[in-house]
Design a protein around this ligand. Structure first.
Ligand code: ZN
Length: 446
């Protein structure tokens, strides 16, 4: 097993939990990476798949219910005019058929049961259409929101939000120095229900008053899901980290657990980082998009303090690997740790999705040589194995990674590294819930 890092943040004790359910109402893209992050990884310009904008239903034992973010409204032409005219300039393909409220109602949850919609921040891909909820539903926003954002359109025709988003309902701005406030790690926090089951975290930088959520999902041991919103657009902006580096070896071997040989991640990731002026323990990318990038980068440090805790599962809004790897509403995420969807998992999905891009380009080149480089990290779920999409992974160019079984040489492997020996897939029997995420960083010979 992997060594477990001792948590550097003492999470608050508590006896109450909330139930967290993931709602994936929209996928959109492609995101052009250089708008959001740098320095570039050679051959990688966009994500493999469209990104979700994840929303969550949060249910308290008392019956009180919250909705975390609303994604993109299905009638996105009806955003405030400044946004409605902006969206076509992104060239995004936006796949959205329903609003979050529709998904709730289809499953017997009425809008009147939702105490509040929480906006992680005001960006169009998160705010949906709050007016689809009855006036009894509060709209919760982060510190500084009202001052910076009111009024919406049409009172302020330039505003990116609409007055109808908040008109006639309680627009509740969270204060992090009043009652129910505390600190969790370096985050100012607010205990929403007052019983330690769900905290809001002040996480500014990406947008004014950006909020994260921290939901206690089990007790004994205490586990948490951290709802990250856009605290980072991409896992590779907060991983790896000093606290959670790419490991030197993985045992048992992810594809061949009966073997005595550990899986060697090789030096590729380090080399890649060096080639881009970075240390191996630096994140894959720096963020280049946001309201206040230095402040947002400080916030990323706070996030990393929690991300290395094996009892905290960080889910950022646009993480397609989490979308593809966990149960969705109406099922709950609470057993994430038991199911192996957990935090150690999350590492470098970034690179994995990038790898598909690199691979596809590789397939188009003749006589290219793979300087392999395989980094791996323990992750949690069977589904996660799906990130190693077989059609790409199993392409002829990959056979040299598979060792003698493929009849090709493994000469591309760095010395000391073992070939995978088998072609993993989501259905490979030994891809059991103690799974590994394998990150392959390819370098193309010109
Ligand atoms: Zn976003």
């Amino acid at each position: 097993m992997m060594e477990t890092k001792s948590p550097i943040v003492q999470l608050p004790a508590g006896k109450e939990t909330v139930t967290v359910k993931l709602i994936n109402a929209v996928n959109f893209g492609p995101a052009i990476l250089n708008r959001f992050m740098a320095p570039p990884v050679p051959s990688v310009t966009t994500h493999k798949t469209h990104s979700p904008s994840l929303c969550f239903l949060i249910e308290h034992g008392s019956g009180r219910k919250l909705v975390w973010d609303l994604g993109i409204r299905k009638d996105y032409d009806n955003y405030a005019p400044s946004i409605a005219t902006y969206i076509p300039t992104t060239n995004y393909d936006i796949q959205v058929k329903v609003n979050v409220i529709d998904i709730l109602e289809e499953n017997g949850i009425r809008g009147s049961e939702i105490e509040a919609v929480i906006w992680s921040h005001w960006h169009w891909d998160h705010i949906g259409d709050p007016s689809t909820f009855p006036p009894t539903t509060d709209l919760v926003v982060g510190a500084g929101f009202k001052e910076a954002m009111l009024p919406g359109a049409p009172a302020n025709p330039e505003s990116p939000i609409r007055e109808s988003d908040y008109a006639g309902r309680n627009l509740r701005e969270i204060s992090f120095d009043g009652p129910h406030s505390l600190r969790i790690g370096r985050f100012p926090a607010f205990d929403y229900f007052g019983d330690g089951s769900f905290y809001l975290l002040d996480s500014p930088g990406h947008a004014v008053g950006h909020l994260c959520g921290l939901a206690r999902t089990t007790t004994g041991p205490d586990t948490f899901i951290l709802l990250g919103g856009d605290v980072c657009h991409y896992p590779g902006i907060f991983r790896p980290s000093e606290h959670l580096p790419v490991p030197e070896s993985i045992s048992p071997h992810p594809c061949n657990p009966q073997s005595d040989l550990p899986f060697c991640p090789g030096s590729a990731f380090d080399d890649l980082q060096k080639s881009r002026g970075r240390k191996p323990t630096d994140t894959l990318y720096d963020m280049t998009y946001g309201l206040d990038i230095p402040l947002a980068t400080t916030t990323v440090g706070h996030l990393q303090d929690l991300d290395c805790n094996e009892n905290v599962f960080v889910i950022i809004a646009h993480d397609g690997s989490v979308r593809d790897g966990v149960d969705h509403f109406p099922k709950s995420l609470n057993a994430w740790k038991e199911k192996g969807w957990g935090n150690m998992l999350s590492h470098l999905q970034a690179s994995t999705s990038d790898t598909h891009m690199a691979t596809m380009q590789l397939q188009n080149k003749e006589h290219c040589r793979i300087n392999t480089d395989i980094a791996a990290r323990k992750i949690g779920s069977t589904e996660r194995a799906g990130v190693l999409d077989v059609p790409h992974y199993g392409s002829p160019d990959w056979d040299c990674l598979l060792g003698p079984e493929s009849g090709k040489s493994a000469s591309g492997l760095p010395s000391g590294c073992q070939p995978l020996g088998a072609r993993p897939s989501a259905t490979t029997p030994h891809f059991d819930p103690a799974m590994y995420l394998i990150v392959v960083v390819l370098k193309l010979d010109p």
